[in-house]
Design a protein around this ligand. Structure first.
Ligand SMILES: [Zn+2]
Length: 322
């Protein structure tokens, strides 16, 4: 009898669902809108409804489902299964999410931080599936991350480990929403690259093709910057390369701490593929110490935005599969 675990990735816009087998083979992803007006109860009902649909579509009886993994934005109290707060999802303050989902589905539920779940997804079924030790950096509006060492997700002593976007990269640098200055997030996220570029365009008035885009759209994003760079725009090329260099710096520090097999980049900015990874690799080689050859590979993720749901199912396998 085939056994499956269900993974749920709770996002601010969509909730994604998947079923995976023991080897990490995944069903098609189901995405349902994240309810915005029903509070925690409405949210949990939507999560249960999606999980039931995934189980039905896969033709599984509930006895064949070993458990459910949930990846949630946090901070979380993992031991108690509680979402302490989740700023982008309404009604999520001190919600005992693990037990609420478990009660509705009558299945055991494992709760994990969403960035850790995504890292675990890449580890079991994506770009990290041949790695023992993996670091994942998520480059979106902010910068998140996850670390898997010897098959275990790193949580730290206080369950706030692997906040890779808030390593300090530049002493006394740009202020960060977290209260520190100079965080990786302030130099490597898509949002901050765009914001910094627009600020420099106002202050320095460089000649750049980005100005016409800004005048039309009222803003620019990291994709615009990369396209201008590819079209030969010197200012856009400088901005893009500075971001790649900061990312490479973060990767060198992560290599010194974890000595991982791989560092995988994911999130919106990683969609640039070789346009991003090639300069990051070049700077990584340049900045890496000379005492040993480079053994850590920096690569683009495989699973994209499906990693969170697949990883959440993997977390359930890890907890309930033996
Ligand atoms: Zn920070």
């Amino acid at each position: 009898m085939a056994e499956m675990c269900v993974g749920i990735d709770l996002g601010g816009t969509f909730i994604k669902f998947v079923a995976t087998d023991r080897q990490g083979n995944a069903s098609e992803i189901l995405a349902l809108p994240t309810p915005t007006d029903g509070g925690a109860d409405g949210l949990v009902e939507q999560m249960a409804a999606g999980a039931r649909k995934i189980i039905d579509t896969a033709g599984l009886s509930s006895e064949q489902v070993l458990g459910v993994g949930v990846g949630s934005p946090g901070p979380l109290d993992l031991k108690a299964g509680i979402v302490i707060a989740s700023p982008n999802i309404s009604g999520m303050v001190n919600v005992p999410l693990r037990d609420m989902v478990s009660d509705l589905l009558a299945l055991p539920v494992a709760l994990e931080n969403d960035a850790n779940a995504a890292a675990y997804g890449e580890y079991i079924a994506g770009a990290g599936k041949d790695a023992d030790d993996l670091v994942v950096l998520t480059l979106g509006t902010g910068v998140g991350g996850g670390v898997v060492i010897g098959g275990e997700v790193l949580h730290g002593a206080h369950e706030i480990g692997a906040e890779l976007g808030h390593m300090i990269l530049v002493p006394d640098g740009e202020p960060c929403g977290c209260g520190q200055r100079g965080c990786v997030e302030q130099y490597c996220s898509a949002k901050f690259m765009a914001d910094r570029t627009m600020a420099r365009m106002t202050a320095e008035k460089p000649p750049t093709a980005l100005r016409a885009i800004f005048d039309t759209k009222g803003s620019i994003d990291s994709k615009d910057i990369n396209e201008a760079r590819a079209g030969g725009d010197a200012f856009a090329a400088e901005v893009w390369d500075a971001t790649a260099r900061h990312l490479a710096m973060a990767c060198v520090s992560l290599t010194r701490i974890f000595d991982p097999d791989k560092i995988v980049l994911t999130g919106g900015m990683a969609k640039a593929g070789s346009d991003l990874i090639d300069p990051v690799r070049a700077h990584f080689a340049d900045l890496h110490w000379a005492m040993t050859e480079i053994k850590t590979e920096v690569a683009i993720a495989d699973l994209g935005s499906d990693a969170g749901a697949i990883g959440a199912a993997g977390v359930a396998w890890h907890q309930f599969g033996s």
